[in-house]
Design a binder for this molecule. Structure first.
Ligand SMILES: [Zn+2]
Ligand SMILES: [Zn+2]
Length: 207
């Protein structure tokens, strides 16, 4: 059974939903990669978003499922590295929302579960399938199942193809349906600022 899962930023200015979510329409992982960690630290949300192994709970699905009903003017995105990933958050209250590719023409959406209804999240998205980049985690990861690899990549490509061939990718509220450009111009962090951010993370972790 699928459900419409409410999403909102912490202050409520941005709100919407993910349509028809079920464990079969996406895949839930905890990502421990350095870039996901850096994003949450950039927003200064590490204490309430990252788990004790510095992991971020994410749900990968099709962008056409996303509806933003209000507060689209609060959307902001940032690129933290030379890698093209766009990381979306709200300017009103620094709530991390999504990770996407840089163009809507390559439809990929990773929803940061923090912005979804906590009462329905587990039922809608299903359990965490495993941990991505466990080698970059903080603390003891023994007993945690590693995920990713070809199976995840194939699922991502399949969802991308499904969106492209059906034309549904044009429904994503994050990108212009014609040009594929993001609706909010990305901030790009300089390498120097990223080094500074990484230094604050190292300091925070060692405390
Ligand atoms: Zn907000
Ligand atoms: Zn990551």
């Amino acid at each position: 059974m699928s459900v419409d899962l409410v999403i909102s930023c912490d202050c409520g200015r941005l709100a919407g939903k993910l349509r028809a979510v079920s464990p079969a329409t996406g895949a839930r992982y905890v990502c421990h990669c350095k870039d996901c960690q850096a994003f949450i630290h950039f927003l200064r949300r590490q204490s309430d978003v990252l788990d004790r192994n510095a992991g971020t709970d994410v749900y990968q699905t099709q962008p056409s499922r996303l509806v933003i009903a209000q507060g689209i003017d609060q959307l902001q995105c940032v690129r933290l590295t030379a890698k093209p990933t766009l990381r979306w958050y709200t300017r009103c209250c620094n709530t991390p929302l999504f990770n996407t590719t840089p163009s809507g023409k390559y439809p990929f959406l990773s929803v940061i579960c923090h912005c979804t209804d906590p009462n329905l999240r587990d039922e809608a998205m299903g359990p965490v399938r495993g941990h991505l980049f466990p080698a970059e985690a903080v603390g003891d990861m023994s007993g945690k199942v590693e995920a990713g690899g070809n199976r995840m990549l194939l699922a991502v490509l399949y969802r991308m193809l499904w969106e492209r061939l059906s034309g549904r990718y044009k429904r994503s509220p994050l990108f212009d349906p014609g040009t594929g450009e993001p609706v909010s111009a990305p901030e790009v962090m300089s390498p120097a600022d990223r080094l500074k951010l990484d230094a604050t993370i190292t300091e925070a972790v060692s405390q």
